[in-house]
Design a protein around this ligand. Sequence first.
Ligand SMILES: C[S@@+](CC[C@H](N)C(=O)[O-])C[C@H]1O[C@@H](n2cnc3c(N)ncnc32)[C@H](O)[C@@H]1O
Length: 214
Amino acid sequence: MDQVNDWDEYTFTEEQIKNEDYKATIGGGKEQWDKRGMYQLLCMAHFGMTPEHTFIDIGCGPLRAGDYFIRYLEKENYTGYEYNRDYTVIAKRIIEANNQLKSKNPTIYHTVSNMFEFSIGFPTFDYGLAFSVLNHCTDEQRIAFFNNIKSITHPGSRIFFSHGFWLTDELKEQIPDIWAVFRYEENHPSISTESFGWKPHEIIYPFIEFERMN
Ligand SMILES: C[S@@+](CC[C@H](N)C(=O)[O-])C[C@H]1O[C@@H](n2cnc3c(N)ncnc32)[C@H](O)[C@@H]1O
């Protein structure tokens, strides 16, 4: 499919949904879909997320990883947050069509704002992941992200993002100081990106962790 400038410009016909053409809009496409989805769960488990934790998948897309997260987490512990309307329609259909996913009663939230706004009454989460999301954003959106995730976290919450090469010292200075920031530069040997469908030049590191201190 053609590349677009704004994620919300991707729309899909019934035929395209049936053929799973939406998979071609995300890096690795259909071919690497399952591996790259599973990889994200292994990473979060590696970072300490267990089934009883509550988790938000920020920019969840059409559940490439969400499928794995929902199966892993206990009932009601998964929330997908997404800006592209059709991705959320697809995500909801995938859940509806699968009893195991449906029984976990996950939440899929469509946001009309691309500034990481969370409505009043949004819960807080123990863990969060924005996988291949902030690298597609502007600095203005990134700063909004750092400010706005305060309302969906509590002390001890841990938020991770991939492709963190853009987190410069200058940008760090604009991040509220309730966050301790950690960088993970290297592949974990047992979950190396190459064995999960990334080519050597497709660098998804550093992974960045924000741990909320108070
Ligand atoms: C490269 S895709 C990654 C999708 C998913 N995280 C994965 O790894 O399969 C980026 C996703 O982030 C979403 N996104 C980008 N900016 C967003 C924003 N400001 N708020 C919510 N979602 C956003 C896009 O619509 C898209 O689904």
